[in-house]
Design a binder for this molecule. Sequence first.
Ligand code: C2E
Ligand code: CA
Ligand code: CA
Length: 403
Amino acid sequence: METDHIQGSVLVVDDEPFVLKTIAHVLDGMGFTRVLTAMTGQQALRLIESTKPSVELVMLDLNMPDMDGIELLRRFAEEGYRGDILLFSAEDSQTLKMAERLARARRLSVIGSISKPIRREALYHVISKHSGPPGSPARRADAPEITPQMLEVGMECGELEPWFQPKIDIASRQPVGVEMLARWPNSTRGPIYPDVFIPVAERSGLIDRLTFCLITRSIHMRQQWQASGVNLKLAANISMDSLRNLDFPQRLDDIVTAAGGSLSTMQLEVTESRLMQDLVTPLDVLLRLRLKKVRLSIDDFGTGYSNLFQLRDLPFDELKLDRSYVRGRDPRAVAILESSVEMGKRLGMGIVAEGVETLEEWQRVERLGCDQVQGWLCARAMPGDAIPDWVASWSESSKDVLG
Ligand code: C2E
Ligand code: CA
Ligand code: CA
């Protein structure tokens, strides 16, 4: 990975200088802007208090003289540390799991644990799996106010970048594609997520420029993957606003061709709830995209005002079930999940289950007959240059993850 992908500081706490040095070296190579180290719990607490921008991730050894890892976790909770924690230890995995549970019970955000000696790949896997949205609403609430001018500068300077989340085929367990998700690393406040800046881009008429700029970069990225033998279909999210312009298909075609790509290897994801308004123009645009052999996907299916009738008229190839249906806790959600899969299949659509976080959820959507899975169980969104390594490690790690 290149530098400047993972913004923010990481702090490694271990009493062994050699371990500190080795881990710091690996983290440096992964692109953390700042890697701090501490040999005692006291030092760690001081660094957390004084570091600005705040420490995003603490890697912590459970076994330390003086203040051990468990005590330090308690202190983190007392001091209100809000970043993520990755535990490691030479103790058995049972002990590590218990420490994880204890930390979560204290409302700390634990992203995982690794046994010592730490293998580079294991570290890499846990961190890149995690490098999507931290999921903590508190942090999203910290997001800065974005103006259209800031967005324009962000695009011009190439700060806005596409990250990628793999889509896994259930039958073969192989990655078959990636969804491009916009990320805006920000050195002072931590990354800004699309929920924050996409609406600004839509309101200010910048959304097409943003889409095209990210698609161009993704196509170049895909060419790099292909050079290392990785062939994945690319899916991009398309705002409903883009479908209101009749010239969108041709402009998209031009951009993709100029980047050396082909529309036939692309998939566009459109959110169903917003297809509600004026249907004629979007239908025109979608049909023309279809004629250009783009695969179309209906996103977040089951949220907002579900308009099933549109499925009859709109040329979708794929249905993406919103993650709220994948959890399976509420019997009504289960009923909707089951009938959506059934209906999608009868209409000849591929079905993707989004937001699969646990093996139990994977097994449920597999039983129901979904074709693909996307979710943190398999991988979070990651920078493009992490994809080939992730694909290489997946053939091994999938056995652990999926049994
Ligand atoms: P989406 O298209 O539904 O994308 C899936 C979102 O769920 C992503 O959030 C992804 O990181 C997150 N996610 C994936 N797996 C899991 C999981 O297992 N559990 C949980 N809790 N979440 C998971 P993200 O990247 O923050 O994107 C949010 C939304 O922003 C996207 O929702 C999409 O609608 C929009 N978006 C992202 N990039 C673009 C873009 O380039 N253009 C447009 N128009 N919209 C974008
Ligand atoms: Ca999507
Ligand atoms: Ca979705």
